[in-house]
Design a protein around this ligand. Sequence first.
Ligand code: AMP
Length: 305
Amino acid sequence: MMKDKDIDLVVIGSVALDSVKTPFGKSDYSLGGAASYACVAASMFSRPGMVGIVGSDFPKEHIDFFKTKGIDLEGLVNADGKTFHWGGYYEYDMNQAHTTNTELNVFADFKPHLTKNYKKTKFLFLANILPSLQLNALKQMDGSPFVAMDTMNLWIENNKEEVLENMKHIDLVLINDAEARQLCETPNLILAAKSILKLGPKAVIIKKGEHGAMLFTDGVYFSAPAYPLETVRDPTGAGDSFAGGIMGYLAKTKDTSIENIKRAIIYGSAIASFNAEGFGLQNLKKITIDDIEKRYKEFENLVDF
Ligand code: AMP
């Protein structure tokens, strides 16, 4: 029996205040960060524990919001200083985020510390954060949890060896199409996926934004469509909510078979599609599991022929 305090998934990543501009609106110092999106998405299915750091400027209402989602905050450090801040914008090609500024602030000196409760968890998601911090968290885990990781162009440019090293120690790599091409130095996504698999992970998911996602494992290829959205207001956090949905579902079902990962991908896609329809975390704040189940069924119809 799971106790109230028990978590079933650990997520390490950025917790941020984001300033984002898209052709459809803008936000200033709003709740963001890879771990925030991933934990909120995962909380639709399971009880995630968040590992990260915020500064003294981080509004209490965001902490209260995490708590209403059942997110455990034992691993979230509250430090003196300013919270990580990301500024970016999108043009009409919403698959491409343009970064205007990245201020690490309290993240600059952060060393993750996993408590006993977190170390014994069976699922770990290394969301976007410095690759060395991802590895540090991974090494603290007891036993052999199921581990997924995400990354971004900044780390592939500046810390490529560390990104490749991390991939050797995990089960599932999530990467977007442009990053896969950049990392593997090939225009071909099939070849990119094959070369990532050679590093050791059991599976690779290549995200293609509005064109869905592809799953590769040894001998298996699965293509998931994207939900045909007519309104995309802000794609920020699409990748994180997709990954959070996947990991939340896997942690809930405790089944990491390829067939179940395929189902998890559809749940992740459903959550990410809701996320992109609203600004920031606006939509994830209000959707329910019934909304997600309904969209999951619509996905089934999309590929039924
Ligand atoms: P995505 O799912 O790729 O749209 O992720 C968006 C989130 O990534 C934003 O909420 C940002 O706060 C966060 N982010 C942007 N740059 C970084 C970075 N260098 N390290 C960690 N998180 C970042």
